[in-house]
Write a protein that binds this ligand. Structure first.
Ligand code: HEC
Length: 307
């Protein structure tokens, strides 16, 4: 009995059935795909990191913002007797401000058809329609609308406009309101007591803390440099007045200090004498100064003022 040993690779068979080739090659494809997958996964953190915008600070402490630079502003007091009644002046000023700040939403004619208001809900008010006002069309009510805005609508606060301009706007808007209701004296009194308009107000100027700190440091540095220069002069000057000064000084720093930093108060030798004689050690001098003559005080004073 002969045993037919089958060859491991039957090339003829493979030629007849080429799809069998796939049976061997898919292993390689699998390995390559697996390798690519592993590589992709190993690079994932880099991919993720690249998605973070470079402007994001890695430390949120760095995000603290300084206070902004702001010039001093003063809001002039409002004359409540004048702003309540419309004048041609107020109305034409109102038209000007309206064109600058309101037409975008309320439209040229106040019909509420400005292009910027097209998508707003509720839509900008048509001033010609009498019903549905939230605050109303009295002068005091429009003023309130401009001061506070209407919450959760496109009508934001315009409290940065000067009060006079806001009254001007109110009067201008009322020229297109069909029957504008009048304010009672009580309405205006209430407005005044809410916003204290006749007092006016001032906001002090403010500079960023970063700049303020730098200025303080610079100032301190100049002052201490001046003081150091003055002390050196007392110690090293060869003038007779310098020697005289030195012989009556107990503490150069204090003595120089009263000339440098109290110079404005020290108008003349009499004031100087009064200040120093009342407390010689406190001003850096020896107690013996109280015995000095007028001329000697003058010598001390002149040298001090030259520091
Ligand atoms: C961004 C768009 C927008 C701008 C700009 C705008 N408004 Fe309005 N305004 C609105 C919308 C929206 C309403 C409707 C709010 C509501 O009905 O609740 C409104 C309502 C009003 C009302 C009616 C308030 C009431 O009692 O119902 C007045 C008055 C008014 N605006 C005045 C002004 C004036 C004056 C300016 C310019 C200084 C101005 N608005 C600028 C969107 C705007």
């Amino acid at each position: 009995m002969t045993i037919m040993k089958k060859e491991e690779f039957e090339f003829r068979d493979l030629l007849n059935h080429p799809w069998k080739l796939f049976g061997y090659s898919y292993l390689y494809v699998l390995v390559i795909l697996g390798g690519l997958g592993l590589y992709y996964i190993s690079q994932l953190t880099m991919v993720g990191k690249n998605n973070i915008l470079p402007s994001v600070s890695p430390d949120s402490v760095m995000l603290v913002q300084d206070i902004p630079m702001q010039p001093a502003a003063s809001v002039p007091p409002v004359d409540m007797r004048k702003v309540g009644a419309p004048t041609t002046q107020l109305i034409s000023r109102g038209r000007e401000v309206f064109r600058a700040s309101c037409v975008g939403c309320h439209g040229e004619t106040g019909n509420g058809d400005g292009s910027a208001g097209a998508t707003l809900n509720p839509p900008p008010r048509n001033f010609r329609k009498p019903d549905g006002w939230v605050n109303g069309s009295k002068v005091s009510q429009i003023y309130r609308t401009l001061q506070e805005g209407i919450v959760r609508t496109g009508m934001s606060s315009f409290n940065y406009l000067p009060p006079d301009d806001r009254f001007a706007l109110a009067h201008y808007i009322r020229t297109v309101v069909p029957v504008p209701p009048a304010d009672s004296p009580d309405d205006m009194i209430a407005l005044e007591s809410t916003y204290q308009l006749s007092k006016g107000s001032t906001t002090p100027a403010q500079i960023p803390i970063r700049i303020a700190m730098r200025r303080i440091t610079d100032e301190f540095r100049t002052e201490s440099n001046r003081l150091r220069a003055a002390i050196t002069k007392i110690k090293t000057s060869d003038a007779i007045s310098a020697h005289f000064f030195k012989s009556h000084v107990a503490d150069e720093q204090k003595a120089a200090g009263i000339f440098l930093f109290c110079a404005k108060r020290m108008e003349n030798v009499d004031v100087f004498e009064r200040i120093v004689a009342s407390d010689p050690p406190g001003s850096g001098f020896r107690p013996s100064v109280v015995m000095l003559s007028k001329d000697e005080w003058k010598l001390l004073f002149d040298f001090g003022m030259s520091l």
